[in-house]
Unconditional design. Structure first.
Length: 98
């Protein structure tokens, strides 16, 4: 009877050890999965923010160039020093992006 009890204790101890190992392994797998998902989410968010910033920059730069061209054509039409100053200020905005 004593031999059976010793064997049962060994079986129970190894079963508990196996359950603990499996639980630890599952916890590590879930933690790694969450870390990967969070990393991908952060990377995607940063990429979208960067693309949005580039698109806004391009639009602002294009609008500034068009405004500078219009101011230059206005200066060509009337040769007014005020319109020349307007052109120079618009051109300075455009050149500040480069």
């Amino acid at each position: 009877m004593e031999v059976v009890e010793v064997r049962m204790n060994k079986i129970l101890a190894s079963a508990y050890s196996n359950v603990t190992r499996r639980l630890f392994l599952n916890t590590v797998i879930v933690a790694l999965f969450l870390l990967i998902v969070i990393s991908i989410t952060v990377w995607t968010g940063n990429t979208l923010t960067m693309i949005t910033a580039i698109a806004r920059f391009e639009r602002t730069h294009t609008v500034s160039r068009v405004e500078a061209m219009v101011a230059f054509y206005n200066y060509q039409d009337d040769k007014n020093p005020e319109t020349l100053k307007n052109f120079q200020s618009k051109m300075a905005i455009t050149q500040s992006y480069t």
